[in-house]
Design a protein around this ligand. Structure first.
Ligand code: GDP
Length: 434
């Protein structure tokens, strides 16, 4: 039963897309279980670059079944745009399966996301303004519209009318913004239903049968552990569960069905948006890493905040998702630095106590200062290695320190953006001995 869950172990942007793409080549089924079209993946396939936001990148491999599970929020416009884009590129999209229970992102969600972020001003969350948070709010308020509703015109119009009335009251009276018209939304969205209908299927059965029959199933998490709504750095988090447990609730499988959980870790840390960041670099080293790693928001172009690798955080990710393996990416980005620091513990500024446990709550995190181990850096030759043994000794020491402190083996290493620049130390799609 090789069911493998892949999660980001930091604040997202760890380089999951490339690892997912690599594993998707061996997968029969690839499943998304949370988030929406805020999970931009850039993948290279057949010498071409593909940019995907919603559909699993497994779609690029003919014959792979790609599932958008219950836990995902779907913007029908983005979905259809992405289908059109893939088809224009000659990609066969017939393997896509969409859960009828996935919630819809509608135009008022996008308007409310923007209005709320603007209202918060300096206190904003840093959302992608694509309506994802408001769509999840409606889901939990039990007033959301789902993919199944879009497929039945009468039901759609009735539910839409109720929601538009309610959202217009908010938009007009609270935010002073123009209202939406039911007819306009209906005219734009009902035609999309016919484009989506052929892909809608019982994804619970599809995923569960695949797992039961021993197929290779890959569950791809979007965003990252520290952005989890419960376990992340609340309130600067996303509205869903990027941790491995999210695969259970978002795709409809039980925890015992999962064989391996891979945490993707970047060789340094980056984060978008606000909140405490213990290993943040405010100096020229941070600037150097940002430039070399092109750490700028894909949509906004905003510079990402950069810091040293934080292994206290990775240990926390190990606990939350019961990680069995790590994929350590971007060793090549750090190449050229004389000295590299790694955070192996936190020290509480108030009490002076040291800990390797990630604290709960922002105020506690803000009190933590990093305890570093300083290591020798490595050079550009890191990107040319084809086996682990060929990596510079300093890079191997770095990997070994990560394994020791995090307590999880590094099974995959990223040494460049190209698919070939990946070192596999252990196969992923084999069941562990039980
Ligand atoms: P995600 O948000 O975690 O899915 O991040 P992406 O998959 O979008 O990765 C961000 C960028 O990092 C992409 O342009 C990737 O090609 C690039 N990338 C991934 N792994 C590596 C690596 O090991 N080295 C380098 N140099 N780039 C990488």
């Amino acid at each position: 039963m090789p069911a493998v869950v892949l999660v980001g172990a930091q604040w997202g942007d760890e380089g999951k897309g490339k690892i997912i793409d690599y594993l998707a080549a061996e997968a029969d089924v690839v499943v998304r279980y949370q988030g929406g079209n805020n999970a931009g993946h850039t993948v290279w396939a057949g010498g071409r670059q593909f940019k995907l936001r919603l559909i699993p990148s497994g779609i690029l491999y003919p014959g792979t079944i790609c599932v958008i599970g219950h836990g995902v929020v779907v913007d029908p416009r983005v979905l259809v745009e992405e289908l059109d884009y893939l088809e224009r590129q000659g990609v066969d999209t017939s393997g896509l399966r969409i859960s009828p229970a996935a919630h819809l992102i509608l135009p008022y969600h996008v308007a409310l996301d923007e209005a709320e972020e603007d209202r918060k001003g300096a206190g904003r969350i840093g959302t992608t303004r694509r309506g994802i948070g408001p769509a999840y709010m409606d889901k939990f308020a039990r007033v959301g519209l789902r993919v199944e509703d879009l497929l039945e015109e009468e039901v759609f119009l009735e539910k839409l009318a109720a929601q538009v009335a309610e959202k217009n009251a908010l938009l007009e009276r609270v935010y002073g913004l123009p209202p939406f018209k039911v007819e306009e939304i209906a005219a734009a969205y009902l035609p999309l239903a016919e484009r989506i209908r052929p892909y809608v299927a019982n994804t619970v059965t599809i995923v569960s049968e695949a797992v039961e029959s021993g197929k290779n199933v890959l569950f791809e998490g979007a965003q990252g552990t520290l952005l989890d709504i419960d376990f992340g750095t609340y309130p600067y988090v996303t509205a869903s569960h990027p941790i491995a447990g999210g695969a259970c609730v978002g795709a409809g499988i039980g925890p015992t069905a999962i064989d391996r959980v891979i945490g993707v870790v970047k060789a340094y840390t980056s984060r978008v948006g606000e909140g405490p960041f213990p290993t943040e670099l405010h100096d020229e080293v941070g600037q150097w890493i940002r430039e070399r790693g092109q750490e700028y928001g894909t949509v906004t172009g905003r510079p990402r905040r950069i810091g040293w690798l934080d292994l206290v955080m990775v240990r926390y990710a190990r606990r939350l998702s019961s990680l069995t393996d790590l994929a350590l990416t971007r060793l090549d980005t750090l190449a050229g630095l004389d000295r590299i620091k790694v955070c192996v513990a936190y020290r509480d500024r108030e009490t002076g106590e040291e800990t390797r446990e990630f604290p709960i709550g922002l105020r506690a995190l803000a009190r933590m200062e990093p305890v570093y181990v300083e290591m020798e850096g490595w050079g550009e030759e890191v990107a040319r290695a084809t086996r682990y043994e060929e990596l510079p000794a300093a890079a191997r020491r770095y990997v070994e320190l990560v394994e020791e402190v995090a307590g999880v083996p590094v099974s995959i290493l990223g040494i460049g953006y190209d698919r070939q620049q990946t070192i596999h130390r252990r196969p992923i799609f084999v069941p562990r001995g039980r």
